[in-house]
Design a protein around this ligand. Structure first.
Ligand code: ASP
Length: 195
C-alpha cells in the first residue's frame, strides 16, 4: 500500500498565522491545534506535521541568521518528509525564497513558501486557500517524483519560482508577480503545472 505523502509545515510568523484573542487582538495561533483551526486539512490524504520558530516574527525583521535557522530546520527534517511548506510574512517572502533557493543546493523535494494578506482567523482570509493549495502542490508527484523539486512561492492561485518573485501589492490578494519568468503552476479547477 502506498504511504501518504508527509509534509512539514514551518511557521516563521506573519499575518497568515494570526487569530484574534478574546480581546480581539491578533496573536499567532497555536500550531499544535492546526486541525482545529483549519478542519479542511483533515480531508487531505497527506500527513501534516508542524514546527514554529521559537518566536514567530514579522517578516520585516527576517535577517540572514533567520534564513540559516530555516535552512537548518529543513536540513534536519529533510529525510523524514516529502515536502515542506513555509508560512512566512509577505513583506520579505520573496527575499527568503531567493536566499533559500541558493542555500539549498541539489533539492529533490518541494519547498513552498506562502502567506496571506488577511489573518487565517478572519472570515475573508486568503490564508486558507494559499495554505491548502501550497500543501497540495508540495505533495504532488508524477511517476513517484515531486513535480516541484525546488523553492517556490505560492500566492493567490499562482506558483512562482522562488528566485524570480517579487511582492508588488500590500492591498491586493494578488500580491506577488514574477516579471521575468512564467508561473510554475496555476491553480484553477485543476492544478496546472507548466512542465
Ligand atoms: N508585515 C507582515 C509580514 O511581512 C505582513 C504579512 O504577513 O503579510 O510579516
Amino acid at each position: 500500500m502506498k504511504n501518504k505523502p508527509s509534509i512539514l509545515l514551518i511557521y516563521t510568523g506573519g499575518t497568515i498565522g494570526m487569530v484574534q484573542d478574546t480581546k480581539g487582538q491578533l496573536c499567532p495561533f497555536d500550531f499544535s491545534h492546526l486541525y482545529r483551526q483549519i478542519p479542511e486539512l483533515k480531508k487531505f490524504d497527506v500527513t501534516i506535521s508542524s514546527v514554529s520558530f521559537d518566536k514567530p516574527i514579522d517578516s520585516s525583521n527576517m535577517n540572514p541568521t533567520d534564513w540559516i535557522t530555516l535552512a537548518k530546520m529543513i536540513e534536519t527534517n529533510y529525510p523524514a518528509y516529502d515536502g515542506f511548506v513555509i508560512l512566512h510574512g509577505t513583506d520579505t517572502m520573496a527575499y527568503t525564497a531567493a536566499a533559500l533557493s541558493f542555500m539549498l543546493e541539489n533539492l529533490s523535494k518541494p519547498i513552498i513558501l506562502t502567506g496571506s494578506q488577511l489573518p487565517i482567523g478572519t472570515i475573508r482570509t486568503d490564508g486558507k486557500e494559499n495554505l491548502i493549495t501550497a500543501i497540495e502542490i508540495a505533495a504532488t508527484t508524477k511517476n513517484a517524483k515531486p513535480v516541484i523539486p525546488e523553492v517556490a512561492v505560492y500566492f493567490e492561485y499562482h506558483l512562482y519560482r522562488g528566485n524570480r518573485t517579487k511582492k508588488n501589492s500590500s492591498e491586493q490578494f494578488n500580491a506577488f508577480q514574477s516579471p521575468n519568468y512564467p508561473p510554475l503552476a496555476e491553480a484553477g479547477v485543476h492544478l496546472n503545472f507548466n512542465h
